[in-house]
Design a protein around this ligand. Structure first.
Ligand code: AMP
Ligand code: MG
Length: 431
């Protein structure tokens, strides 16, 4: 395990008193390590979990060549560019059935989507593209059906799904570290696998600090505010698929803080606190972090946010977030989330940013990264547009609630004019 000093020494331009967001993320990616313990879970329990190892395909999917359309299967070598092809329909293959007879040249079989192609047949003409004789309104017994395919419509191999075109037996179907999305569940099921090897869930303990912070259920008192951070952090962690350990509100008393940090470090892979890390903080939180662990206090060139403590208490990674409710969420999204994804064993931890046109001008000073709560929508011309959702004070949660993402104004960026493209970090993936 690398010490904080080792990590600091590796990073060019590392200055804890004026840290840019990129360096903060690089620091954290060196501080954390992925969990390794695995468990086997039923596929219905696997959604949102992370693959513990590669899945090697035990079968090929599809397991046989089959039809991609409802139509007629035949040997494509008979197609000619200068004349229509007339074929006699000698039977029907439904999905799930095998055709055992032979289909000679001049013949075809009616075939349904997904049905196995009879041996030697390699081409399917969709039923909409043929002329059937006699017409369908005649009684079945009176029919000796033929189809006619006009020239130039098809090539050999059209509308055929090849054996193994999705997954090939013996090849990697899903990689270690992959998130089990709805699509991944379906893919695993398509291989006939019921039990999925996943990494264990990450355990994250969190508590709020501050004498002025009221727990829900307590009577309001002058100068006090209800704890909102714990609930936002709970939501953020739950969405990530972490096991959460809620340690409540901890008042600014050394013994209570010590007990909370110690309990958190014993149970959790990561500890998230809010409050008590700002410069003027007249409380014991910082002192206790320093006493119990290996912790560094950052001033990050960002808004909202800025103060943050990171390090380790025992083997748990500590994220000491600022107190202001929006600063908590922004520092979580910017730094804690990617670090936790890495700890969860995820292959990809960086969130792609979208580009959208800012509806309005935004004032911005170069030299810090700014995150603005905003709503992304589709403009009348079909492009993405983004609009700030209101008061950007770091304690104002109502503008966060209205937002579906954050405009990320990069470190060196200056003022934005109306219509300029800006980077946007969306809050949610779609699936
Ligand atoms: P601090 O970082 O402790 O100086 O707190 C900064 C601001 O955030 C203060 O106005 C605190 O009252 C507020 N704050 C701190 N913790 C919480 C919390 N858990 N819920 C709501 N507001 C908080
Ligand atoms: Mg405080």
């Amino acid at each position: 395990m690398k010490s904080i000093e080792d990590i600091a020494a590796e990073l060019e331009g590392y200055d804890p008193q004026a840290l840019n967001t990129g360096t903060a993320n690089r620091f954290l990616s060196r501080l954390v390590t992925p969990v390794t313990e695995q468990e086997s879970v039923d596929i219905f329990q696997a959604l949102g979990r992370v693959m513990a190892c590669d899945v090697i395909s035990p079968i090929s999917v599809p397991a046989h060549d089959n039809s991609a359309m409802d139509g007629y299967a035949f040997a494509g070598a008979q197609l000619a560019s200068d004349r229509p092809l007339v074929l006699k329909v000698i039977g029907t293959v439904l999905a799930g059935q095998a055709w055992s007879g032979k289909v000679k040249n001049g013949e075809c079989v009616k075939i349904m989507t997904g049905a196995m192609l009879p041996p030697q047949l390699d081409t399917v003409v969709p039923q909409e593209l043929v002329t059937v004789r006699p017409p369908h309104d005649r009684p079945i017994s009176a029919r000796a059906e033929t189809i006619t395919i006009a020239p130039g419509l098809l090539q050999t191999g059209d509308n055929r799904r090849l054996l193994g075109e999705d997954l090939q037996r013996g090849k990697t179907a899903l990689q270690q570290g992959e998130l089990l999305t709805p699509a991944a569940l379906g893919l695993i099921a398509s291989l006939g696998i019921e039990k999925v090897p996943v990494l264990r869930r990450l355990r994250v303990a969190y508590f709020s600090t501050g004498d002025e912070i009221l727990s829900l259920g307590e009577a309001p008192r002058e100068g006090a505010v209800y704890d909102s951070n714990r609930y936002s952090v709970f939501g953020l962690l739950t969405r990530l698929g972490c096991e959460v350990i809620d340690l409540g509100v901890v008042p600014d008393e050394p013994t209570r803080l010590q007990a909370a940090f110690t309990s958190a470090a014993q149970q959790a892979d990561a500890i998230i606190t809010s409050g008590g890390v700002s410069v003027g903080a007249a409380d014991y939180t910082k002192a206790m972090m320093q006493q119990l662990g290996e912790v560094v206090f950052w001033k990050i060139a960002m808004r909202p946010g800025r103060p943050m403590a990171v390090g380790r208490i025992g083997t748990s990674v500590l994220f000491g977030l600022p107190g202001n409710p929006v600063a908590v969420m922004v520092t979580f999204l910017a730094f804690v989330r990617p670090a936790l994804l890495q700890m969860m064993g995820r292959r990809t931890c960086a969130q792609p940013l979208l580009k959208a046109h800012s509806v309005e001008a935004i004032r911005k000073k170069p030299g810090r990264t700014e995150y603005q709560r905003a709503s992304v929508s589709t403009a009348p011309d079909g492009s993405l547009q983004v609009k700030i959702t209101g008061n950007q004070g770091s304690g104002v949660l109502s503008s966060m609630v209205l937002a579906n993402g954050l405009i990320v104004l990069q470190h060196q960026q200056g003022n934005v004019a109306a219509g300029d493209e800006v980077d946007v970090m969306m809050f949610e993936g779609v699936i």
